[in-house]
Design a protein around this ligand. Structure first.
Ligand SMILES: NC(=O)c1ccc[n+]([C@@H]2O[C@H](COP(=O)([O-])OP(=O)(O)OC[C@H]3O[C@@H](n4cnc5c(N)ncnc54)[C@H](O)[C@@H]3O)[C@@H](O)[C@H]2O)c1
Length: 253
């Protein structure tokens, strides 16, 4: 049986941990060769080892998504290694320390925007430049259910994720005609380091989540990864500009 993205070349940012690692593994399981991009070299190399262990092909590329030269180089290296860039998951992101809006430091605000928002735009920019010259492709950004909710103590983070939704819609409109589909996944609470850290900082968070997530549990990185690979596969060929919540129903609450 062939995989959903058999023979494709995929780039995943933030692929050294959490959702990005699960996505890189899922792309490889479904037949793609994967560029694992991250600032965390140890975690990135471990993702590459895990992919090799399941019989897939991957390489690690160091990349800070806030650095345009690094993003351009990651795209170029993927094309050089695999001869193409068909799929991209722009997933790298920083959580924000839980503080009221008026207490966010300028440095924290700037870094959250630089990585989450500017980083997502830089990835779109360089991936699209390649894809539009080579017959199209499919891109998924990791936004967040927070982008649709009024969640306290995460103003900078939520603002970046809401802006990502609009970037995705703009890109989907502008590049549909050249065969590039652009979608977003909006995870609710997913059991990664980011959420474990937030729960440690705010012990009331776990109770709050159990009460506000209708499915009454935290999701798994694999549940997000499966949706990402689907959105990059021909099975979702008529889907672009969509914001897919993967949140146990959290935004319904
Ligand atoms: N975990 C959740 O509940 C949840 C919910 C909604 C959205 N998200 C989003 O999912 C994405 C992944 O989050 P996660 O939970 O897997 O977090 P994580 O902290 O486990 O992984 C994030 C990865 O991004 C990498 N990274 C950070 N800054 C980077 C940069 N400048 N350049 C390249 N890589 C960088 C980290 O090294 C890490 O490997 C993020 O965009 C996050 O906002 C997570």
């Amino acid at each position: 049986m062939t995989g959903l993205v058999e023979g494709k070349a995929a780039l995943v940012t933030g692929a050294a941990n959490g959702i990005g690692r699960a996505s890189a593994l899922a792309f490889a399981r479904e037949g793609a060769r994967v560029a694992v991009a991250d600032v965390d070299a140890d975690g990135g190399e471990e993702t590459v080892r895990l992919i090799a262990k399941q019989g897939g092909e991957a390489f690690f590329v160091p990349c800070d998504v806030a650095d345009e030269d690094a993003v351009a180089a990651a795209v170029a290296l993927t094309v050089q290694r695999y001869g193409a860039l068909d799929c991209a998951h722009n997933n790298a992101g920083l959580g924000q320390r839980q503080v009221p809006l008026a207490e966010i430091s300028r440095a924290s605000w700037d870094r959250t925007l630089a990585v989450n928002l500017t980083g997502t735009w830089l990835c779109l920019k360089h991936e699209i430049q390649h894809m539009q010259a080579h017959g199209g492709g499919a891109i998924v950004a990791t936004s967040s259910a927070t982008s649709l909710l009024g969640v306290p103590l995460t103003a900078a983070y939520a603002a970046t994720k809401a802006a990502i939704n609009q970037l995705v819609r703009s890109a989907a409109m502008e590049y549909a005609k050249v065969g590039i589909r652009v979608n977003a996944v909006l995870p609710g609470p997913i059991g990664t380091e980011m959420v474990t850290r937030a729960m440690a900082e705010n012990p009331a968070l776990e109770d709050h989540l159990m009460q506000t997530v209708p499915l009454a549990r935290v999701g798994t990185p694999e549940e997000v990864a499966d949706a990402v690979v689907f959105l990059c596969s021909p099975r979702s060929g008529f889907t672009t500009g969509s914001l897919l919540t993967i949140d146990g129903g959290q935004v319904l609450h």
